[in-house]
Design a protein around this ligand. Structure first.
Ligand code: GLY
Length: 353
């Protein structure tokens, strides 16, 4: 079992990473929670594989459980769905001394975390992320949110889990496209902070080898996330580097109504595109974009997208909540493994898109 402690002034918690952990959730929860009621929020896809395993494990430790199974997909991260969670939780008799578990990918984690942060002004929650993206990114660092019709994550808060339990074995039941989605973010971590990881990914022959090494890869990504979150919990400085590739990526997702490229795919295009432009401006070591393209190709991740006009992308960016005021913080690479924040004025943004 690998352990990482996220150390924050008011919220320290452990990430446990271990193959087969999903089967012993009750045992782990018992170490950090002394109450009786546990509400589990999951989706239909995850429930089919792991709902019963988790519920049984909790019950075998004497916990009284309630399981709520939602529709899978981004549309579930809505205000309507959020409102539908509160009543069953109240009927269950939940109180601030109880526990909520988010069992699923990023959508379930974000929605459940936001529900936990608002229900009765805050109920402790635990993340059991079941997608690669959630295991290395969204379950760590306390960003919880729902979407509004005009954009993603527009209502939310910073609310850290009590623990994060990561079982790399659950990725075996993930469709390849969802695995790829997370791989886009793995490559992002390598690009912003870990040249060695980038070189290792280059050596990986295929999916089988990738899955063999995935526990170590997850561990390395979680270590990077831990350090970045500890340095800048509220996302006003260094944490912004986690958004490498996301400025363009978010714009693409929005213009495709979240029904085109997946998040990881859109970020892949964003990472390549912004690096190509910053390289041309002499801000990034020559050849970096080409190296990124080769690695993306290897994992069948896109580096370009058809049918999106630059003007539309710029307009979509203007709506993004991170584009504060007239300027914008772009995340660029000096080289592979070394990201930096580059402030640009409104009129200069287009030179990087
Ligand atoms: N996913 C970006 C962050 O946690 O800041």
């Amino acid at each position: 079992m690998k352990k990482i402690e996220v150390k924050l002034p008011n919220n320290s918690y452990e990430l446990l990473i271990s193959k087969g952990l999903i089967n012993n959730i009750g045992y782990e929860v018992e170490k950090v929670y002394k109450g009786d009621k546990v509400a589990i929020v999951t989706d239909e896809n995850v429930d089919r594989f792991y709902g019963e395993v988790v519920e049984k494990s909790l019950r075998s430790q004497g916990f009284n459980t309630l399981k709520m199974v939602l529709k899978p997909g981004e549309k579930t991260k809505s205000m309507e769905q959020l409102l539908e969670l509160y009543d069953p939780l109240l009927d269950f008799g939940i109180n601030r001394g109880n526990l909520i578990i988010a069992l699923g990918g990023g959508v379930i984690g974000d929605l459940t975390g936001f529900c936990a942060s608002t229900m009765l002004r805050g109920i402790p929650y635990i993340q059991i992320p079941t997608s690669l993206l959630a295991q290395i990114d969204s379950s760590i660092g306390g960003k919880v949110a729902i979407d509004l019709p005009r954009g993603k994550n527009l209502v939310g808060s910073f609310y850290h889990p009590k623990a994060v339990y990561i079982d790399p074995e659950v990725l075996g039941t993930l469709e390849k496209r969802f695995l790829n989605d997370g791989l886009g973010e793995v490559i992002k971590y390598a690009l912003i902070k870990d040249r060695e990881l980038f070189d290792e990914l280059k050596k990986v022959q295929g999916y089988e080898e990738l899955l063999e090494k995935i526990e170590d890869i997850i561990y390395r990504c979680c270590c990077i996330k831990k350090h970045v979150v500890e340095a800048d919990e509220r996302d006003t400085g260094e944490r912004m580097i986690l958004n490498f590739g996301h400025t363009i990526g978010h714009g693409i997702e929005k213009l495709q109504n979240y029904e085109g490229l997946s998040h990881g795919e859109a970020v892949s295009v964003g990472m390549y595109c912004i690096t190509l432009n910053s390289e041309n401006k002499g801000l990034t070591a020559a050849g970096t974009a080409k190296e990124i393209k080769l690695l993306l190709n290897k994992f069948q991740l896109p580096y370009e997208v058809q049918g999106i006009k630059k003007e539309d992308l710029l307009e979509a960016l203007a709506m993004d909540k991170k584009n504060i005021g007239k300027g914008m913080n772009l995340i660029l690479l000096r080289d592979i493994g070394e990201a930096f924040i580059h402030k640009v004025s409104g009129k200069d943004i287009e030179k990087f898109i």
